[in-house]
Design a protein around this ligand. Structure first.
Ligand code: ZN
Length: 306
C-alpha cells in the first residue's frame, strides 16, 4: 500500500523521493471488509476511508517520506491522502458520469487521473498566481469540485464500497484548463478567510537527556540560570529533539502537549513549525552534513553548544 502511495507522490513530484524529502501525505481511516470504519474510531458512513488519523491541524504538517513510513508502521492498513496546497495541485473531483461529461465538454487536457467507480480525479499543477481555494458542487451538473487545498484520497486507497482508487494516466500533472483557473479565481474573491484551527496530534516521548526532559515539561523554570527566556528554553528543547533524530510531527506533538508551550503564543500549531524548521537548519549547519541521522550520542554534542 505505502509503496504505491509513494510512487504516486513521485509522479506528482516528477522525481524520485528520498527519506528526507517532503511528501505531504497523511494517513486516513480505512474501510473494514464490510465497509464500516476499520480504524477503530467509529467513523460514520461519510468519513469511513477518508477521515484523517492525525487530528485537527494536519493540513499544516509538511511530512517527509521518513515520517510517512513511521505512520505506515503505526497504521499499516491506512488509506492515504495527499495535501494539495504544499504540492501546488488543483484536483478536479468529478463526482459521476454527468460531471465527467460536463468537464470534457468544457475542455480537459490529458493529465494524471485517478478513477474510483464512475468518479474521476484529474490532477493539475496550480499556477503560482492562482489562490489555493476550494469550490464545490460547481457546473450545470452541480457535481464538479475544484480543490486546491485540503487533501484528496490517493491510490491505492480503498473506498468503503470496495472500489480501489486507481491511477489511469500515470504522467505528471499538466497545466489546468482556463475554466478551472477562472472558477478558482472567483472562489478566491468570494471565499471566506482561512480559519485557524488548533493542531491535535498524539503526544510522543522525545529522546532527550534528563535535564532537557525537565525543560520540556516545566519550561524555563527547570533551569532558569541557563535560559534567559522561555523562547530560549523552548529552542534548546527543539534543537536537541531535532538532533536526536525526531521528525517534525513528533516534536510538534511533544511540544503541543506542554501547557507552558501552548501559553507562549496564540495559535501554537502555526507558530511552532517554523521554529522547528529553523532548528533543523541550525543543526545541519552545526553537523555539516545535511542528511546524517543524528541518533548516536548527538544529544550530548548539542548540549555542549547551548
Ligand atoms: Zn475510521
Amino acid at each position: 500500500m505505502i509503496k504505491d502511495a509513494l510512487r504516486f507522490a513521485e509522479l506528482v513530484a516528477r522525481r524520485a523521493l528520498g527519506p528526507h524529502d517532503p511528501v505531504h501525505l497523511v494517513p486516513l481511516c480505512w474501510p473494514a471488509l464490510d465497509g464500516s470504519c476499520g480504524c477503530g474510531r467509529g467513523h460514520g458512513e461519510r468519513d469511513v476511508g477518508k477521515a484523517p488519523l492525525l487530528g485537527a491541524g494536519y493540513q499544516r504538517l509538511r511530512p517527509t517520506v521518513a515520517e510517512v513510513l513511521e505512520w505506515w508502521r503505526r497504521w499499516p492498513n491506512a488509506n492515504w491522502g495527499m495535501l494539495l496546497e504544499p504540492w501546488e495541485l488543483v484536483v478536479l473531483d468529478l463526482d459521476g458520469p454527468e460531471a465527467v461529461d460536463e468537464a470534457e465538454s468544457l475542455g480537459l487536457p490529458p493529465t494524471l487521473a485517478v478513477v474510483r467507480g464512475g468518479r474521476q480525479h484529474r490532477y493539475f499543477r496550480r499556477p503560482p498566481d492562482v489562490p489555493a481555494h476550494r469550490c464545490t458542487k460547481q457546473g450545470r451538473s452541480r457535481a464538479i469540485d475544484v480543490l486546491a487545498k485540503g487533501y484528496t484520497v490517493i491510490p491505492p486507497s480503498r473506498h468503503r464500497s470496495g472500489d480501489v482508487y486507481t491511477a489511469v494516466d500515470p504522467r505528471p500533472p499538466s497545466e489546468p484548463p482556463d475554466w478551472v483557473i477562472k472558477w478558482l479565481l472567483e472562489a478566491g474573491r468570494s471565499g471566506p478567510p482561512e480559519e485557524a484551527c488548533p493542531v491535535r496530534l498524539p503526544p510522543v516521548r522525545l529522546r532527550l537527556s534528563p535535564r532537557l526532559q525537565a525543560v520540556l515539561t516545566r519550561g524555563r523554570d527547570a533551569d532558569p540560570s541557563r535560559y534567559p527566556s522561555r523562547s530560549e528554553a523552548l529552542y534548546a528543547v527543539i534543537t536537541a529533539a531535532v538532533a536526536a533524530g525526531h521528525t517534525d510531527a513528533e516534536i510538534l506533538a511533544a511540544l503541543l502537549a506542554q501547557p507552558w508551550v501552548r501559553e507562549m503564543r496564540r495559535d501554537p500549531g502555526r507558530w511552532l513549525p517554523p521554529q522547528i524548521a529553523k532548528a533543523r537548519r541550525d543543526v545541519r549547519v552545526r553537523f555539516r552534513d545535511p542528511r546524517a541521522p543524528y541518533l548516536n550520542g548527538s544529544t550530548l554534542r548539542v548540549e555542549v553548544g547551548l
